[in-house]
Design a protein around this ligand. Sequence first.
Ligand SMILES: [Zn+2]
Length: 319
Amino acid sequence: MIKKCCGLLIALISSFAFVLLHPLESSAAEKALKVLTSTFPIYQITRNITAGSDRIAVDLMIPAQLGCPHDYALVPQDMKKLAKADLLIINGLGLEEFMGAPLQKAHPGLRVIDSSQGIGQILQYTESKPDTHGHSEPGHEQHHDDEPNPHLFASPRMSALLAQNIATRLGQIDPTGATLYTTNAQAYSQRMQRLADDFAALGKRLHNNRIVTQHGVLDYLARDIGLAIVAVVQAHAGQAPSASEMLQIVATVKQEKAGALFTEPQYPEAVGKTIAKEAGIIAATLDPVANGPEQAPLDYFEKVMRTNLATLEKTLGSN
Ligand SMILES: [Zn+2]
């Protein structure tokens, strides 16, 4: 009987404690600003900026493993996330072309932060496709002047600017958290600058600074390092080159004396390896961190970039 009473009493106290605690937890969760990010890199930057805040709940829309959402189409799960969000943070510069009309349908009037808005020194896409006359000039990159390259996130220098942009705009929307976002963004930017400085220092020591890449994702990082991209395997992301385009890339590699071809984890490496073998150069993998594991550590970008730094030094040689 005593045991039963004690049991009942414990159960009563437990449920009372639960009732006491639960409303506080749920009200904090309800009050948190639901921030949806479109891509893995923007998700990681936003998590860094809002670290230590219980005012913001950050979620990622597309699967973390997907990477660049070129040719992506929204699925019902995305629409649900969009409908629930208070704020959407996007990469911008055309990387989220798949949104547009569906976004308006899912959540008309949703507030959007465009991370790349107002950032200067934007590059145009590097092209290596034959021109409209069916032939191309080896070694001369062709550009579409109307197509900005949206892959700022793979460059530490540009990533710092994205972070500052997001922190400023987030602080305007949530002024109470503004100081934390600014402080976090400054710390993140300093980490990025250190990383960029190390890449730039390596660039000065490399034996060969001419490379071939898988798609236009490494253009900004290449600029940080001082690397020249002489050809691109996928002139349009996700689209494999034709046999004649592959031969053209091989010819360009030989003429420009490129040192290595870099594939990416996001795309199959077979075509890149074939081109490298044909051209007689090394093929290796550089990860632009367009994707990553679920709940990646906050310094995931830096860890992967340090591996890239070692890969560049190993494949291109250095003094
Ligand atoms: Zn891409």
